[in-house]
Design a protein around this ligand. Structure first.
Ligand SMILES: [Zn+2]
Length: 197
């Protein structure tokens, strides 16, 4: 468990108070480690032959892993919404679905929190795979926007769980969280199926 701002060890994945600013993500909870069978499953889920049928299985694993996190569990008492990390429309069309969206739907059902598709990817970015932490941050900067018609629905929400498939440096989640905090959301946490290396 690391603080996604400084990448150093942090209790339960909570952002260190000294690292955070007003608009920082409050913490990231990866459910599983991205290796072995989990890596194979996530790969199958993301790439051909596009097994969306894995949605239920992976959502179940995701939920079971996350609910056991000591620092996550107390947060479930707060009214919350789930927002998936979006794909750029071009990538979405190519793949036919957004894997983060499918996981968010599964998690949303399990927790009983509404899913609001409030983010859009306004800039096409190159893959974050193989980039250094600095380049990842630069690559993802200003990649997202909030759907203006949904602003009213999210501005007064006490807590948002951003859902993505894999977290590596946390740059993507940080960038998305910044927008939500600026829009007035009090707490923003990242929930991911797996933690990559
Ligand atoms: Zn830190």
């Amino acid at each position: 468990m690391v603080c996604v701002i400084c990448q150093r060890q942090a209790m339960g994945g909570i952002t260190h108070p000294v690292c955070g600013t007003r608009y920082s993500i409050d913490g990231v909870f990866p459910s599983l480690v991205y290796k072995g069978i989990v890596k194979k499953l996530v790969y199958t889920f993301k790439y051909p032959p596009y097994l969306t049928s894995l949605q239920d299985t992976l959502s179940e694993l995701f939920y079971e892993g996350i609910i056991q996190k000591e620092y996550f569990y107390p947060l479930t008492a707060t009214p919350s919404i789930i927002i998936p990390i979006p794909l750029h429309v071009k990538k979405f069309r190519k793949r036919g679905y957004n894997q983060a969206q499918l996981l968010a739907e599964g998690i949303s059902k399990r927790f009983g929190y509404p899913l609001i598709d409030a983010l859009i990817r306004v800039r096409e970015t190159q893959t974050q795979v193989g980039l250094s932490k600095e380049l990842r941050q630069k690559n993802i900067k200003d990649a997202f926007a909030l759907r203006s018609e949904l602003l009213d629905q999210i501005a007064n929400v006490p807590q948002v769980f951003l859902v993505d498939d894999v977290v590596t440096s946390g740059s993507t989640l940080r960038e998305a969280a910044k927008l939500l905090k600026r829009a007035g959301v009090k707490k923003v946490w990242g929930l991911t199926l797996a933690h990559g290396e």
